[in-house]
Write a protein that binds this ligand. Structure first.
Ligand code: AMP
Ligand code: ZN
Length: 115
């Protein structure tokens, strides 16, 4: 999709620090990390958010990639938080569905609230 920053990252048109990539998904480091581990996981296909009719197999593949990313980043055992901001009230700023994977330290109940 034109003018989508994450589509451009998926297409290699904008650089990113890649953590994992295959033909369906890409994981890369968040530009503005809120925790020692803060990686974003996206499908390469464009969906606006998690409520945008993502096929079950695509959504399942995306979430199983979260597990891979947690292992690669070394937080699979210690624990991690998964956040999918969806829509205006959640302050979604990039309208290409993405999963925040946060970890590397003990989080408060409401922190990091900004992601
Ligand atoms: P959200 O508020 O859930 O839409 O979060 C969007 C996230 O994308 C924020 O945490 C940003 O720091 C991150 N972000 C925006 N642009 C880039 C980029 N070019 N590379 C990596 N992360 C980005
Ligand atoms: Zn996109």
């Amino acid at each position: 999709m034109e003018d989508c920053i994450f589509c451009k990252i998926a297409a290699g048109q904008i650089p990113a620090n890649k953590v994992y990539e295959d033909d369906r998904v890409l994981a890369f480091e968040d530009l503005n990390p809120q925790m020692p581990v803060h990686t974003l996981v996206i499908p390469k296909s464009h969906y606006r958010n998690i409520a945008d009719g993502i096929p079950d197999d695509e959504l399942g593949y995306l979430m199983n990639t979260v597990k891979k990313v947690a292992e690669i980043k070394g937080v699979a055992e210690s624990g991690f938080r998964v956040i999918v901001n969806t829509g205006a009230d959640a302050r979604q700023t990039v309208h290409h569905v993405h999963v925040h994977v946060l970890g590397g330290g003990l989080m408060n109940v409401d922190s990091p609230a900004q992601v």
